[in-house]
Design a protein around this ligand. Sequence first.
Ligand code: FES
Length: 382
Amino acid sequence: MNVAVDSCFIEPGREMPDRFCSASTWELADTQWPSHEQRTLTCTRVSAETHDVRTFVFSARDGRLFSFEPGQFITVSAEIAGKEVSRCYTISSPPTRPHTLSITVKRTPGGVMSNWLHENMREGVELKAFGPSGVFTPSSGPAAKLLYLSAGSGVTPLMSMTRAALDLGLNRDIVFIHSARTPEDIIFRNELACFCALSDKLRVVHVCEAPGNEPDRSGPVGRLGLELLSQHVPDYRDREVFICGPGGYMDACRKMLEEGGHEPSRYHQESFNFAETTEYAEGPGAEPSAEASGRIGYTVQLARAGRTFTMDGSQTVLVAARKAGVPLPSSCSQGICGTCKTKVLDGSVDMKHNGGIRPREIDKGMRLMCCSRPTSDLILDL
Ligand code: FES
């Protein structure tokens, strides 16, 4: 089924129940899954969303129900080529369907976990995951009128929020603008079309960079800008805005809304940058960064990669490495997910994490590079 959704229309809204504004709406007392607790999930279904995006549906091996807030992510781990690999993925299913939990993953060139999932995950295969985390949820900006902006696989947290609102019969006035490369790249296209048919309060607009194989498609072609936004959502200044997508897209949206006079306190964006969810690879060979402004300079040596760069103690190792053209594995950049966990072979750091590493890992010399600042020269097991 291929349904044009660009013209679905809603009328102004009714009252929104208070319960949607509270995190406790989603908390099922006996089913909490703490973010530091790793559990085993069993895949129950795999479905293709587009040519390079699949949804993986899981149930808990122990049969427990899932409890989370729409917009949160989990950190999945798998042993790939003899190494433990962890990545964050936003939950695309809603908490209103607690028997299963879904992630929707785009296959990225060179992406270790995304390619592994696409190639290996099928019904019955198990995966380990740490519990839900993240503050990009409706609880952070409760409102009756919403504007959801997403690009690429950034659609997933907003889809969880939309599904939850629909499941609960909430009459929230939602305009959902999703940007994709071509119509073939639109994720959840048919489901959103069905939602529009069910709810006169939801309007979906798909903005495609190119018409792809639908030259006669009537929806907007190009990139989302202030003119297009004003045309499709003239009351955008009255709406609570939730944005998720690649870093460049979120930056452009923030600037666009600022220019348009949208109140910044009503703007919420996913805190980790999907575009920066990279695997470790040899960088393009940028020269080591210079020591900054007279502060103490430290040398950071990547033992296995044979690379060295310098930095001062005011930056995290992750940020300094990026500036030096050395991309390290990372995802949340907040000390939550554990993706950037690295063994410090020599030297010391000051680490302020948010639960992404266990005491026994710290005892073994592991540290999170996204929230560690050097206090001496370092040699890292990278
Ligand atoms: Fe998530 Fe460092 S990138 S803990």
